[in-house]
Ligand binder design. Structure first.
Ligand code: ADP
Ligand code: MG
Length: 246
């Protein structure tokens, strides 16, 4: 799904500086884009705009030609979008495998519900959940309650949940934070493996960013870099002079 921002600004109440400042950006259908930028540069705000969770103060935004500010259009967008949020939002009290299938719930029938209520994975998803869990190294924890998992393990459950419904758009906010390099690589591979899917992820990991065909960097809410290859120099410029604690 194509994402098109035209002059999008977001200013939160009681904030002096905009979180997004006149951002114009088009992500083409099936394009894979990585978002970089110092903490507070607006990455999460941009992703939340696409999800309709934050409304632009000015400018326009369409996702697959639809306007996320309109409830009916937002529902249509959300139906074909997979999301991995920062500080993922798994449902406590449920097993990891139950959380992993939750994104498919709109298409559940009675048989599926019956399985889920018993803490099982509906038969039609069983093989895919097993494969994804193996790739992510979370197979041993599938039957555990999510609150007993480590942050990195939860992150990977959230990732499986996002890709299982085979979305056309995948948005992932720092999906590899807290993962070791090997696990992080597997996570990125899973996010990017389905063909034809538009993928936008944010990260602080430059080695991951360099694997993407397009890097967009934000600085103080503005796009400060947009290109196919990130050199050492570009990376330095993006983070140069960032003051810690501001
Ligand atoms: P990033 O994800 O790049 O770290 P964010 O998009 O989370 O940056 O934040 C951009 C700016 O907007 C920051 O200054 C942050 O404090 C501010 N901000 C984000 N969300 C809110 C909010 N809900 N209310 C007020 N300010 C916010
Ligand atoms: Mg963020």
């Amino acid at each position: 799904m194509e994402i098109r921002l035209t002059g999008v600004s977001v200013t939160f109440p009681d904030r002096e500086h905009p979180a997004l400042d006149d951002v114009s950006l088009t992500v083409e259908e099936a394009e894979h884009v990585v978002l970089l930028g110092p903490s507070g540069s607006g990455k999460t705000t941009l992703l939340r705009c696409v999800l309709g969770a934050v409304k632009p103060t000015s400018g326009t935004l369409t996702v697959g030609g639809k306007n996320p500010a309109k409830a009916a259009e937002l529902r249509a967008i959300r139906r074909c979008t997979g999301v991995v949020r920062q500080g993922n939002d798994l449902v406590h009290g449920l097993r990891a495998q139950t959380n992993a299938v939750l994104g498919t719930s709109p298409s559940w029938g009675l048989r599926d519900w019956a399985a889920v209520l018993r803490g099982r994975v509906p038969a039609r998803y069983a093989e895919r959940v097993r494969t994804l869990a193996e790739t992510q190294g979370i197979q041993p924890f599938l039957k555990s309650q999510v609150e007993s998992l480590s942050g990195g393990q939860r992150q990977r459950v959230a990732l499986v949940r996002a890709v299982l419904p085979e979305p056309r758009l995948l948005l992932a906010d720092e999906p590899t934070s807290g993962l070791d390099p090997v696990t992080a690589q597997a996570a990125v591979h899973t996010l990017r493996e389905a063909s034809g899917v538009t993928v936008v992820i944010s990260t602080h990991d430059l080695s991951i960013a360099r694997q993407f065909p397009r890097v967009v960097a934000l600085r103080d809410g503005r796009v400060c870099f947009d290109g196919p290859e990130l050199s050492e120099r570009d990376a330095r410029d993006i983070y140069e002079g960032v003051e810690v604690g501001t």
